[in-house]
Design a protein around this ligand. Structure first.
Ligand SMILES: [Zn+2]
Length: 136
């Protein structure tokens, strides 16, 4: 396999910011390619020395990531088109694992909230049914 990875890919790999498929591809390449391994080691050493590229700083601080509110809005389809397109791009094309995890968490929370509301309704209904019965 030719070394078709760029510096930014190496950094993304170290940050585990590549889409899952690319992470696997990269790991396979690493095992077969000593030059790539050396390159990765060099990037790692440089980072430990406190030198950061712009791409790396960007990822570290997640400047391109939508906010949790925007992710929630995207999930509930309440965002303006332009923002929704951006979030979709970020999740599906960029494949940001941080935001994907965040979104899964939001979805779980929404599902949990719905369950709570249903339980509360049922309890309320049961208690008022009991009240109506005993009031007869
Ligand atoms: Zn993100």
């Amino acid at each position: 396999m030719p070394t078709a990875f760029r510096q930014s890919d190496l950094e993304a790999y170290l940050d585990e910011a590549l889409p899952a498929e690319e992470m696997a591809l990269f790991e396979r390449a690493l095992r077969e390619d000593r030059a790539l391994m050396r390159q990765l080691t060099a990037v790692h050493a440089r980072r430990n020395a406190g030198v950061h590229s712009l791409g790396e700083i960007w990822r570290r601080h997640r400047l391109s990531c939508p906010t949790r509110e925007q992710l929630g809005g995207w999930f509930l389809q309440t965002l303006p088109d332009e923002t929704a397109d951006y979030v979709a791009f970020h999740l599906e094309i960029v494949g940001c694992r941080y935001c994907q995890a965040n979104l899964r968490d939001l979805q779980a929370q929404v599902a949990e909230d719905q369950k709570t509301v249903q339980t509360r309704r049922r309890k309320y209904f049961q208690s008022s049914a009991g009240y109506l019965r005993s009031a007869k």
